[in-house]
Ligand binder design. Structure first.
Ligand code: ZN
Length: 282
């Protein structure tokens, strides 16, 4: 009996810890979040609202997480998409406004060549927000299962509650149609520390903030045989409720890109908020 006590207490503590984690997991619906109302540029407002621990320098020109290392925001420059893909300043990331929702208007914007909102990424900002080493990213990983939708699971980061946001997506879709469940079958994966094919830039999967669903349904522009900048129609088979659930919890969808990546969802709450702020201020 005496020897059994430690085991009991370990089990009890583990149960309490799990319960505390469940309570601590409070997902944010970024399509409902109250928008910041001030005179700062929409992109700055979106960044600070999406990542409340970021600080803005007094002159509004740089951001920091620790007050010691300041990253210049730059300006949204008049540069072409090819340059923005390889050399985006933090502000250049917002050159194109991500279209929210699953309306025909939102889905048709991708027919414009190089309309790829979310593909312009500033690597130093991603290092500040997420990780600058594979080891740090790996240390943060947790498994999120698609229980209720499929027997699949992916590894994503727990940093900034990304795992919690993904669990909220799954919970919202639980009980969905066969098409919804099919999208979550045999997922392509989450965390993967790797460079984007043909480039020296880290993929969003490196930070554990991206999820690939069923590749058979998603579609990828390179597999279509298209030429860059001249990608044709995208045969979407991802149900609208899946797109909307991901967007609510901060994930943009690659199916809205000219260079479509229909299986790819990426945690970019700043782009969801920027889209809403831009719609209100125009
Ligand atoms: Zn992906």
């Amino acid at each position: 009996m005496f020897r059994a006590l430690p085991t009991f207490w370990i089990a009890a503590c583990a149960a309490l810890f799990a319960a505390a984690q469940a309570v601590a997991c409070s997902a944010i619906d970024f399509t409902e979040l109250t928008l910041p109302q001030d005179s700062r540029p929409p992109a700055v407002r979106a960044l600070l609202a999406a990542y409340p621990d970021l600080m803005l320098s007094p002159d509004g020109a740089a951001i920091s997480r620790d007050g010691a290392n300041w990253l210049p925001l730059g300006t949204a420059r008049d540069i072409g998409p090819r340059q923005a893909l390889v050399d985006a300043s933090p502000m250049d990331q917002f050159l194109q406004t991500y279209p929210l929702g699953s309306s025909p208007e939102a889905l048709e914007q991708r027919t414009a060549p190089f309309f790829d909102p979310g593909r312009f990424r500033n690597t130093p900002l991603f290092a500040m927000l997420w990780f600058s080493s594979e080891a740090a990213a790996r240390n943060s990983l947790v498994r999120v299962g698609f229980s209720g939708l499929s027997d699949g699971a992916v590894m994503v980061t727990s940093h900034r509650g990304v795992d919690c946001q993904l669990r909220a997506v799954v919970a919202r879709l639980d009980g969905g149609s066969g098409a919804v469940k099919a999208a979550f079958r045999t997922p392509g994966g989450g965390f993967n520390w790797r460079r984007i094919s043909g480039t020296d830039r880290l993929s969003a999967h490196s930070y554990g903030i991206a999820v690939d669903l069923n590749a058979d349904l998603g579609g990828y522009w390179r597999w279509s045989g298209a030429t860059e900048g001249q990608v044709g129609a995208y045969d979407n088979r991802i149900p609208p409720e899946v797109i909307e659930a991901f967007e609510a919890y901060g994930f943009i969808w690659g199916g809205k890109w000219h260079h479509f990546d229909g299986m790819h969802f990426e945690y970019r709450p700043e782009l969801i908020l920027h889209s809403r702020i831009a719609a209100n201020t125009r």
